[in-house]
Design a protein around this ligand. Structure first.
Ligand SMILES: Cc1cc2nc3c(=O)[nH]c(=O)nc-3n(C[C@H](O)[C@H](O)[C@H](O)COP(=O)(O)OP(=O)(O)OC[C@H]3O[C@@H](n4cnc5c(N)ncnc54)[C@H](O)[C@@H]3O)c2cc1C
Length: 481
């Protein structure tokens, strides 16, 4: 008989959280800490969503999305998770750029960037200060008509090299382009510039296990291998979810799954106003990614000067569409050293990441798809050679992930790495106005994506749910199932 992953689950919970990405985990933890009964349902056999890892023979542990996040994670993890988690966050010191316009190493904070812009790029210091102050002053409620491209043009007209320095890492970090509203750039850029780039020492496996322990302490009922097929709504209010063929009642649902998938696949458009459906249909998904995971043979090491994060490109100029092209010119290499990413055996790992278009991969036949993956690996090794000499002989394991891989493991439509474009945020925020008790807390709107964005969004939405639950009479007790 197949295993019942819902064995012992109750027939009713105050809140059901669908998905265990960082947004879902955080919402579940905050709600449970406030005494609410919470059921967390994850369709995969592991928690973490994109913040996850995998193991390969030889003791290699690869992280999928642990490349770097802003300092703000320390505060958020201390407040909404544990001191132990917050204390494991450490700074990455070697952030490098290497492209036909410039090569440099930076601590990626305001002081260092100011010095670089003034001394290496020859920009007036008042201009640099005014730019940083403007970016820092941006917030969610600002005018959204100014694009990031226009913001750069205002401060650094004609300076493609400066735009590349300022934009390339942020495009990598949240998929934003020069055409997106400037606030999607300003908020994320300023978060990084506050103190630099940070990582979790110990790897995603350690982080997610610590989070699981904390949720168990707060009595979250955690279930893996549980795919939510439907969110049932009656009289404009959330009633239950259908998971693994079973219906479980609830007063509120927080979906951490893809926003568009939540609306059209889990709820169904007939449950929403027509205007809202039109607005939701107009939401664009953000781009996806490819990655190549590489592990060095036992005894092989990478020189520390290679850096932690390397933004490299062979494109003569910076163009956001080039960053998505299947003809890859730009890659971000993350180097994992044994002190930062410990495993049972001391190993050096490299992950190459590139933003990508889903269609470039999804339309291929099986044969073409496999050939394209091989091609991606070959091309990556060729470019890595410059930074890790003789890498082919020194690497013992290599494999690639594509937009289809991300789609498969997270059920994000089109394998989206960062949820939706900016317009998704308003749709996500207005879900409870359409259906009482229905919330979304997951990557969307560019700002609410990435590790810090999704954790903070999980907190914001958990607080909305707490307010809703305390202002609403509970549904009549359902009959036992
Ligand atoms: C290659 C790559 C590199 C990245 N690098 C960085 C980085 O360096 N720094 C950074 O800050 N961010 C990075 N990100 C982005 C970051 O990982 C994500 O923004 C963040 O982890 C997303 O969290 P989330 O809460 O939106 O949920 P997700 O991680 O998207 O998880 C959603 C969860 O919902 C589950 N789910 C979906 N549908 C259902 C269903 N019907 N029933 C049950 N469960 C369901 C999925 O299985 C999944 O576990 C990267 C992303 C990618 C793809």
């Amino acid at each position: 008989m197949p295993k019942d992953f819902l064995q012992g689950a109750k027939s009713h919970y105050d809140v059901i959280v669908i998905g265990s990405g960082l947004g879902g985990l955080t919402a579940a933890n905050v709600l449970a800490r406030e005494g609410r009964s919470v059921l967390l349902l994850e369709q995969h056999y592991k928690l973490g969503g994109l913040a996850t890892w995998f193991k390969r023979p030889g003791g290699h542990l690869f992280d999928i999305s642990l490349h770097g996040f802003p300092h703000g994670m320390i505060k958020s993890c201390r407040r909404y998770w544990t001191s132990e988690i917050a204390d494991s966050i450490v700074q990455l010191h070697g952030v490098r750029f290497d492209n036909p316009m410039f090569s440099l190493t930076t601590s990626f904070d305001r002081n260092d960037f100011t010095q670089l812009l003034v001394e290496k790029f020859g920009v007036e210091s008042q201009t640099v200060k005014a730019f940083f102050d403007t970016a820092r002053g941006m917030n969610f409620y600002d005018d959204q008509s100014l694009t990031t491209g226009q913001l750069f043009e205002k401060f650094f007209p004609g300076r493609e090299d400066v735009v590349r320095l300022l934009m390339e890492p942020i495009t990598y970090a949240n998929g934003s382009t020069l055409e997106d509203p400037a606030i999607t750039y300003g908020i994320v850029f300023s978060n990084f510039m506050a103190k630099g780039v940070f990582t979790f020492q110990g790897g995603t496996d350690h982080l997610v296990k610590s989070m699981q322990k904390e949720m168990e302490r707060n009595n979250v009922d955690i279930r893996i291998n549980c795919l939510v097929e439907k969110i049932n709504v009656t009289n404009g209010r959330v009633k239950s979810v259908v998971v693994n063929g079973r219906e479980i009642n609830t007063d509120a649902v927080v979906s951490n799954g893809n926003l568009v998938g939540t609306i059209f696949n889990m709820v169904g458009e007939e449950k929403f106003d027509r205007d809202f459906v039109e607005q939701a249909k107009a939401v664009r998904l953000n781009n996806s990614s490819t990655q190549v995971y590489m592990a060095l043979k036992p005894g092989e090491e990478i020189d520390r000067d290679t850096g932690d994060l390397l933004f490299c490109s062979t494109a003569p100029l910076f163009r956001t569409n080039l960053l998505l092209s299947r003809e890859i010119t730009s890659r971000t290499f993350s180097f994992y050293y044994p002190d930062i990413r410990p495993a049972s055996k001391e190993r050096y790992l490299i992950v190459s990441s590139t933003n990508a278009n889903y269609d470039d991969w999804a339309k291929l036949s099986e044969e073409e798809y496999l050939a394209s993956k091989d091609d991606l690996i070959e091309d990556t090794l060729e470019h890595l050679e410059k930074y890790v000499p003789n890498c082919r002989e020194r690497i013992e394991h290599v494999e690639a992930a594509t937009p289809k891989t991300f789609e498969h493991y997270t059920r994000h439509l089109a394998g989206s790495s960062f949820g939706t474009k900016y317009e998704g945020l308003a749709v996500s925020r207005s879900l409870p106005e359409q259906i009482r008790g229905l919330y979304h807390a997951g990557s969307c709107g560019i700002i609410m994506s990435g590790w810090l964005g999704t954790i903070n969004y999980g907190v914001i939405v958990a607080n909305d749910v707490l307010n809703y639950l305390s202002s609403t009479a509970p549904l009549p007790a359902p009959s036992a199932t």
